[in-house]
Structure formats: structure tokens, C-alpha cells
Design a protein around this ligand. Structure first.
Ligand code: SF4
Length: 418
């Protein structure tokens, strides 16, 4: 749906936006359109040239680097991404090197960043770029969106940042900024809200240096127009801001409903045989697919099963007879809406071979654990095993690296199957 450039009331979306156009304090015409877009764009660009952060992916217009950074930044903070990005680019400096690498190497470099479907998609997309496009990234939004894991926002970012195409962008930071500029009080996550915001983004993106303009919008959203403390006095586009005119900065955008947290209890068992530990590769469709893990299974919430029950569960999962020993540690961690208490035991192998019909298993020596991609909790257990001396257990809390914190969240939501 097209929004009339100077009177946002013309949009039926606007009428359903929750914005009261009859209210005396309402801003009936989106202020950013009132005097034409040129002054708004000029003010934004001027601010960006003076205040843009120096980030490693901004030093180049290489679509490969831009693409890697944009995928890493999905649901993840800039601070967390920088070291991962630098290590990744050092190891896979070109799309050809990435395409030729084993998936395990890619996942090992991604380890700890979370949302591992992103790494699997990056790897698949690199192969598509090499096989279908000869290693050269396509320039159009449509062709970019055909790559695995590349949605409308990421395609627009690559097209505008790398190829200077006037492609619109809407991600977490610009979504918030647009809602405030428009004074939009409806829900921006509905289909109608999304159409409104994408339409707005299409209209404001210029043909001259659209990449720099889009980056400036994102930077403003990330550093000035923050979720909880927008710095309006120092905002370069304050005079065009509908929310500021209404003093509704803190009410706009409408907050997303947070999913209810579910408490879960799981058990991980490090089964040892002759100095090696049994690992299982997480299967496609499972949480952490492609990563290796100690034998792990859920138990009733809050349950602390007896050893005989744990031994039976291990037999069910692996086909092995084991003697479950002491509690090595207890970890607390979060995966999406689940808060997991993980009880970690050591066990000694007694009988049998791992049953390959129940998964892909491998016996791995201490030193080999460092070469395989593990989940954050798997890595924590591996480190404890290295230094384990049979002393009393302890409880360790692991904070998720890719914290979903309102306002620090960025870019598109990655596909499910974290
Ligand atoms: S004036 Fe305040 S609310 Fe409006 S865009 Fe700037 S920082 Fe955001």
C-alpha cells in the first residue's frame, strides 16, 4: 500500500494505527514529509558523518563482509558480534573459502554466538553464490532473497550498502525509529504495521548514496533513538519526530508481548571410556543441529532422578550400559523462552557399543573436544572435564551470549531451529 507523501491520513493503515487524527495534539501529517525529504536527509547524513561508530564491517563495501556481519547481527549485539566477525573473516576471507569448508568448521567458529541455523544457512548460501553465481554476489534484492537465510531486510542491506541500490530497510532499530517519526501507535509487528513501515522506508530512501543513508538510519536507531532512553535533545531529526511532538517516545513503538518463560530440567551425562568421552551429533531439526553434545535428555521439571533411572535413560538413548557417577556440576542457561537447569553427571562405560540407529556417536579424547563444535553448555562441561579432580560439584550460571534485550536486538529474526 502506498502512503501519500505529504498526508499520512490518506492511508487506511494510518486510520487503523491507533493514531487519533481527531485529537487536538495529534500530528495529522507525518512531519518528515511536511517540508519535503531533503532537509531530513541532509540532517541525518550530516549527523552520521560526525557520529558513526567505527565497526569492522563498515570499512568495506564488499558484499561478502556485509552479508556475514548482517547475519551475525540478527538477534545479537554489536559488542558480541565484533570478535566473532573478525575471527570468521580471518579464517574465511572469501566466499570461495567458506563454500569449500566443512560445515563443522563453520559451526566451530560460530560456537557461542547462538542461533546456529544462521551458520548453517551461511554455509549453504556461500555454496549457492559459488555454484550459481560464480562467486559473485547478485546485486538485486530479489536475487539476494533467494539465498538461504537472506530475508527482505538483509537483502536490502546488502543491495544498498554494497551496491548503492535504493533498497528500503526495516529491522529492529529502524522499526523503532520509523514508528516514532510517524507517531505510529499501532502494532508494528502486524501485517498492516509492516506494510506501513516498509512503505515509509521505500519513500524516504534516496537515490543518491542510499547505502550511507540506510546506515545512518540504523545508527540513529541504535545509538540515539534507543528503546528505553531516547536521547531526543541530541537527536538530529527531532524536529521531524511525531512521537517527540506528542511526548510519546516511551509509549512508541507498542511493546511486543513477551513469551512466557518455561522452566525445564535436563540431564547431561559425560560417558567416559579409556580416557575418551562419548559425544552425539545433534540431528537436523533438533536444537543445535550439527553441533556435538554429551548425551542429554529432559527429565520432569525439578526432578533429581536416582542413578538407576539415569542409567536406564542412558541405555535408552545410546544402547550402552554405564555406571552413573557423581554430579559434576549444575548449570543454568536459557534457550529462547526456556530456562533450563542442566544437571551434569560423569558416567563410566560398562558394556555395549553406541547404537548408530539412535544417532551419530563418536568417542573423543580430551584434546579432541576442542576441535568439535559444541553448545555453550557442552563446552563448559568439556572444560570442567579437563580440570576435573573428583572434588565436590558446584552450580554455575551461564548467561546466553545472544541476549534478546529490547533495543539491542538487531536485524531480522533468524529462522527457527536454533
Ligand atoms: S526525537 Fe527522540 S524519539 Fe524522535 S527520533 Fe529522535 S531520539 Fe527518537
Amino acid at each position: 500500500m502506498k502512503i501519500e507523501p505529504f498526508d499520512i491520513r490518506a492511508s487506511s493503515l494510518f486510520r487503523h494505527s491507533g493514531f487519533d487524527i481527531h485529537h487536538s495534539t495529534a500530528v495529522p501529517i507525518a512531519p518528515v514529509f511536511r517540508e519535503g525529504l531533503a532537509p531530513f536527509r541532509k540532517a541525518l547524513r550530516h549527523w552520521y558523518r560526525r557520529h558513526a561508530r567505527s565497526l569492522p564491517w563498515r570499512h568495506s563495501v564488499d558484499p561478502y563482509r556485509i552479508w556475514i556481519s548482517e547475519i551475525m547481527l540478527q538477534q545479537t549485539t554489536v559488542t558480541a558480534v565484533v570478535p566473532y566477525f573478525e575471527r570468521f573473516i580471518e579464517r574465511f576471507s572469501t566466499v570461495h573459502l567458506l563454500a569449500a569448508a566443512p560445515e563443522q568448521d563453520v559451526l566451530r567458529l560460530w560456537e557461542g554466538l547462538g542461533y546456529y541455523s544462521r551458520a548453517r544457512n551461511i554455509h549453504r548460501a556461500a555454496r549457492v553464490v559459488v555454484d550459481r553465481h560464480g562467486g559473485t554476489f547478485p546485486e538485486s534484492v530479489e536475487a539476494l532473497q533467494e539465498l538461504p537465510g537472506v530475508g527482505r531486510y538483509t537483502a536490502g542491506a546488502i543491495a544498498s550498502f554494497a551496491f548503492d541500490r535504493p533498497a528500503p530497510i526495516v529491522e529492529a532499530n529502524t522499526l523503532r525509529l520509523y514508528c516514532r517519526l510517524l507517531g505510529f501507535r499501532g502494532d508494528p509487528r502486524t501485517a498492516a504495521g509492516q506494510r506501513l513501515l516498509w512503505s515509509f522506508a521505500e519513500q524516504i530512501v534516496p537515490h543518491r548514496s542510499p547505502g550511507q543513508f540506510n546506515q545512518a538510519l540504523m545508527e540513529l536507531g541504535a545509538t540515539r533513538c534507543t528503546p528505553d532512553a531516547p536521547d531526543c535533545p541530541r537527536c538530529p531529526v527531532r524536529r521531524w519526530c511525531g512521537a517527540c511532538a506528542l511526548n510519546l517516545q516511551r509509549q512508541i513503538p507498542q511493546a511486543a508481548r513477551r513469551p512466557a518463560i518455561t522452566e525445564v530440567t535436563e540431564v547431561a551425562v559425560a560417558i567416559e571410556r579409556d580416557g575418551r568421552y562419548l559425544l552425539r551429533k545433534r540431528a537436523p531439526g533438533e536444537r543445535w543441529a550439527g553441533l556435538w553434545d554429551f548425551v542429554r535428555f529432559p527429565v520432569d521439571q525439578g526432578d533429581n532422578p536416582r542413578r538407576s533411572r539415569l542409567e536406564q535413560r542412558v541405555a535408552d538413548e545410546t544402547g550402552l550400559g554405564v555406571d552413573v557417577g557423581e554430579l559434576l556440576t549444575q548449570l543454568r542457561h536459557g534457550v529462547t523462552r526456556y530456562r533450563i537447569t542442566l544437571r551434569c553427571h560423569i558416567a563410566r562405560w560398562r558394556t555395549g557399543k553406541p547404537d548408530s540407529s539412535r544417532g551419530e556417536f563418536r568417542w573423543v579424547a580430551d584434546q579432541g573436544l576442542g576441535e568439535l563444535p559444541l553448545s555453550v553448555t557442552g563446552r563448559k562441561i568439556a572444560k570442567l572435564l579437563e580440570s576435573h579432580d573428583g572434588k565436590a560439584s558446584k552450580t554455575v550460571r551461564i548467561e546466553p551470549r545472544a541476549k534478546k534485550k529490547r533495543g539491542r536486538r538487531n536485524r531480522e529474526t533468524p529462522p527457527p531451529g536454533v
